[in-house]
Design a protein around this ligand. Sequence first.
Ligand code: BTN
Length: 247
Amino acid sequence: MPEQIFGRKILRFDQVQSTNDLVRDAAEQGEAEGLVIAAQEQLAGRGRMGRRWIVPRGTSLQCSILLRPPLAPQHASRLIQMAALAVARTLERELHLQPTLKWPNDVLLDGKKVCGILTESSIVGETLAYVILGIGLNVNYTMRAYPELAPFATTLQDVLGYAVELSRLERALLHESDALYARICNGESLVEEYRARLAMLGQPIRVLERGEILQGIAEDVDADGALILKQDDTRVKLLAGDVTIIK
Ligand code: BTN
């Protein structure tokens, strides 16, 4: 059995500003990889693209993980794919659900977002000093209380109709992450499995990137995690952005 990295040390907090910030402080102080910081409640939970991440206290998985992968900075996106896949595999194995992925790092159930991932990296010179994986998985509450979000977002409780044991879910997620991380550290890319789970390949999409809206066909995702958008005869490579499938 290989040594377990994820959850080597787990710190649990009742209330924090953002678990990503606490992990960053620990990383800057030299903490080893594998640290997990989990919180019942975040007062300043952060999402991608400057958004806030707010979920009712004690209902969900909100945690951040410190990694120090032996990867070049341009391969950091492999960790985003890894985290999304670990969540998808956990939902599949533990709860027999059929999640799909939305580039770059959302996990969907029935086409709605159930989990978001926020990665933050520190690059020193030519090396990736550390990566923080922040994972927010909506679990034991209902989106019916949030009519403005309900068309796009869901919770495990909404999908399953019952409450899920958070500690079991967390354990399974750390276990799945560990197995995938070992492959990443061996130099593997997980893009094949990631691609196979992407909901939007071949479909017309709209991408919001740095204030600009681009439209085209979601053609592929390359080994470094870039989305290849086909526009007539040209192809645009996108490293970040917010995607909507055009119905
Ligand atoms: C997104 O989809 O926009 C990403 C959401 C990430 C939320 C998680 S919850 C734990 C960690 N701490 C944060 O402040 N954000 C991430």
